[in-house]
Design a protein around this ligand. Structure first.
Ligand SMILES: *[C@@H]1O[C@H](CO)[C@@H](O)[C@H](O)[C@H]1NC(C)=O
Ligand SMILES: *[C@@H]1O[C@H](CO)[C@@H](O)[C@H](O)[C@H]1NC(C)=O
Ligand SMILES: *[C@@H]1O[C@H](CO)[C@@H](O)[C@H](O)[C@H]1NC(C)=O
Ligand SMILES: *[C@@H]1O[C@H](CO)[C@@H](O)[C@H](O)[C@H]1NC(C)=O
Length: 433
């Protein structure tokens, strides 16, 4: 069976990419015309609503860059910028042969002394943290245009049907997804910022507890925060529930497949080979490599690799750092530890999900993978990874609160953030119906 991997790679854990692709390929004229500010529907103001803080998936959050005296920047890249500018993602920064080489240097984190970090002199922060602009659209284009709608429709629905206010009781805790849980947990890191944001949101909303909602890697991002970073007393005071939309609690083989084949992150301006070196160095991608099992994942003429053989896989690929990143991030972030707050697991089932592929080599040049192996899942994440959310209920020593599971037959990893059935279910949860 042959398939175009370039289509498959769109489904990178991140979801969002497909949306970015629409933004870029179909042009701004195809994006939703209606902005939440310009809604002309009657807003139903539900007094029972509780605040929501949202975290997106891998690549599902805009990032701002600032450079200070960066050493060794090739022409024509700037070594210093006066202000922060949008780095992920910005049409002006990814023009092939002009700005794109600079972007590719900057987006790639280094792995130094056991941690993933930005290059010396580059500061990366999430766009509009605590607001919503880092997740409603992921990209910007000239003349103030926004591209790549991500949570736009979901947020519009919540605004119109319960009276949510952006930046007040509907906020984004976007984060530097190029890093992983080892870095999230550092002093002044993304988890410290998330903790402050929850406290601020609680206080500004008459001491109402906050729902933490995550999509894709955003599920494990929030679960690991709850299970390892904050105390039980803190959770009991501030957290209403964790809502996981397609959370990948055992990662996904798709990550390893993309690290082999390359990926354009759903933005076809990129050359998949050029981004291969970048995805192999991302802390978040290392964390989303699948937990060890005996399923054949990467096939070559010489040998096959399962997810329990990733040390050999990345060694043979010539990318041993990827294995070191995987080890360090999965030790720092245990995706199976129960969050011990009320949990809602929402995910799609019943869609074939790629778990294995054959390549002519471990560094193939623009080739379509063959002999594809599929398992059941949500098209990106296999069922065994999605159902680990249900399993929090079984950890009775760790999880004292209920775990409610909702499975949806016709929902995929990407459609889960734009499906009306999901919107309505989340509305019930957050308005306590
Ligand atoms: C790595 O750690 C060592 C020992 O702590 C330190 O001397 C060195 O400067 C670090 N390297 C970099 C590139 O940060
Ligand atoms: C790799 O796995 C496939 C599918 O299980 C099998 O058909 C093939 O013979 C294996 N190749 C090698 C080199 O072991
Ligand atoms: C991959 O598949 C697509 C569509 O089937 C085709 O257009 C393209 O030429 C193929 N690429 C390679 C390198 O075989
Ligand atoms: C799934 O979609 C098909 C076709 O659109 C529809 O007939 C079916 O009822 C849907 N199933 C569920 C569970 O929604």
């Amino acid at each position: 069976m042959h398939a175009r991997l370039t289509i498959l790679v769109i489904f990178i854990l991140c979801v969002c990419c497909a949306q970015v692709q629409h933004g870029i390929f179909l042009g701004p004229h195809n994006l939703p015309k209606k902005h939440y500010q310009q809604t002309n529907k009657n807003i139903y103001d539900n007094p029972n609503r509780s605040p929501i803080i949202f975290s997106g998936g891998l690549s599902g959050g805009s990032l701002m860059f600032k450079k200070d005296n960066m050493k060794g920047e090739p022409f024509p890249c700037f070594s210093t910028t006066r202000n922060f500018y949008q780095g992920w993602i910005n049409l002006l920064e990814i023009i092939p042969k002009i700005s794109q080489p600079c972007f590719l240097l900057d987006i790639k984190p280094e792995f130094v002394n056991g941690t993933v970090r930005s290059r010396e002199g580059l500061t990366v922060i999430p766009k509009d943290f605590g607001g919503s602009e880092g997740v409603t659209y992921l990209g910007s284009a000239p003349l103030g245009k926004k591209i790549g709608p991500y949570m736009l429709g979901f947020f519009n629905f919540l605004i119109e049907n319960a009276g949510y206010k952006l930046g007040v009781d509907l906020r984004a805790a976007n984060y530097d997804w190029r890093l992983g849980p080892k870095e999230f947990a550092r002093p002044n890191g993304d988890y410290a910022n998330l903790k402050s944001l929850v406290e601020d949101t609680y206080l500004k909303n008459n001491n109402k507890k906050v729902h933490l909602m995550g999509h894709s890697m955003g599920g494990p991002y929030l679960q690991t925060f709850l299970a390892t970073f904050v105390s039980q007393e803190w959770k009991d005071r501030y957290i209403a529930s964790m809502i996981s939309l397609g959370g990948s609690f055992a990662g996904a083989p798709m990550t390893a497949i993309q690290m082999t084949a390359g990926t354009d992150f759903g933005v076809s301006i990129f050359d998949t080979g050029a981004l291969r070196g970048i995805i192999r160095n991302l802390g978040g991608a290392g964390w989303m490599l699948p937990s060890p099992n005996d399923d054949v994942m990467i096939m070559t003429a010489a040998r096959n690799y399962t997810s329990a053989q990733m040390k050999e896989l990345f060694h043979d690929m010539g990318s041993p750092d990827t294995y070191a990143i995987y080890k360090s991030e999965s030790e720092a972030g245990d995706k199976t530890k129960a969050p011990n707050v009320p949990v809602h697991c929402l995910y799609g089932v019943g869609t074939p999900t790629l778990t294995g592929a054959y390549f002519s080599s471990l560094n193939p040049d623009k080739e379509n993978a063959t002999r594809l192996i599929y398992k059941e899942g949500d098209q990106t994440v296999p069922l065994y990874s999605l159902t680990l959310c249900d399993d929090f209920a079984k950890k009775q020593d760790q999880q004292k609160y209920p775990v409610v599971v909702d499975r949806y037959r016709n929902v995929t990893h990407i459609s889960i953030i734009s499906d009306m059935i999901i919107f309505k279910r989340v509305l019930e949860i957050v308005t306590n119906k």
